[in-house]
Write a new protein. Structure first.
Length: 49
């Protein structure tokens, strides 16, 4: 039952935020941290460079 609410909430959130920015954020905060770091790594390095 604990996995039911998060899955239902991730469904609508993933669709709304399905722009490819951070679809893992609403899905899993743990995975989002890793994906965000990888996405921000090249972006932040490219911005200052």
């Amino acid at each position: 039952m604990v996995a039911d609410p998060p899955i239902v909430r991730a469904a609508p959130l993933r669709s709304a935020h399905g722009v490819g920015e951070r679809p893992i954020s609403p899905r899993e905060p743990s995975s989002y941290d890793e994906a965000d770091s990888s996405n921000l790594d090249p972006v932040k390095v490219s911005v200052p460079v």
